[in-house]
Design a protein around this ligand. Sequence first.
Ligand code: UTP
Length: 277
Amino acid sequence: MIKKCLFPAAGYGTRFLPATKAMPKEMLPILNKPLIQYGVEEALKAGCCTMAIVTGRGKRSIEDHFDISYELEHQIKGTDKENYLDEIRTLIQACTFSYTRQNEMKGLGHAILTGETLIGQEDPFAVVLADDLCANPNGKGVLSQMVRLYEKYHCSIVAIEEIEPKNVDKYGIIEGEEIEKGVYKVSNMIEKPSTQEAPSNLAVIGRYILTPDIFNILRVTKPGKKGEIQITDALLQQAKAGKVLAYKFEGKRYDCGSIDGFVQATNDFYHTLYHKV
Ligand code: UTP
């Protein structure tokens, strides 16, 4: 039912300068794989095969990554390195990739609205912020879990996790009533509230399923916190109509837009994927 996944990847990535000066942070690798490839793999497993990517600068490296490099293929053909490209080849065959550019960095909400030309007005779609790397080694991916929930409720869904109350000013925070285990009907959401303002410690992370009416709401959403067009503000409009769920997902999220999260993901993936202690 959810066939398209949008990847806003136009942010400046200032927390990772100078690495992100000429390269999008979504191309930073955890082990030998760029963050955005993990995101695309998660989306494909959830049933999406159309990947829509909103880029700003450094567009070429993402486009080139999801394209065949004939020179490289030729170079390693018949060697023991050929299998290094197996995973990316599979993705290129299974998915279509399309791109658009966000000319001005006016926030995540604006980046999502920029993706409308790739997504269209007809169907619900997923959104993955690739710098939030999600892992659930013993179960389904986070997006797969959310797609299953969408099939039951047919409304917008945000993934949430409990955070330390002192960190609420870094996230969109929700207020809601738990309607089944780990599923909340959202009644309010505030972008980056102070500890006093925060209605809970349930923070929205970088996985969403959005119904396409979000585009018309975003079109009239005024700039909010930090002067940016915030997806939280647009979602609040849907929430007021009772049409947003928040889902406490199974698995672990790494904030790979920060050095701490990036290092933790690198260590955990190294130990899990290479079975080292
Ligand atoms: P962040 O809040 O992490 O911002 O964006 P950022 O600019 O990427 O990183 P820092 O804080 O400067 O280090 C959340 C997501 O929204 C995208 C980013 O690429 C990231 O995936 N984004 C944000 C856009 O695509 N466009 C924007 O205008 C803002």
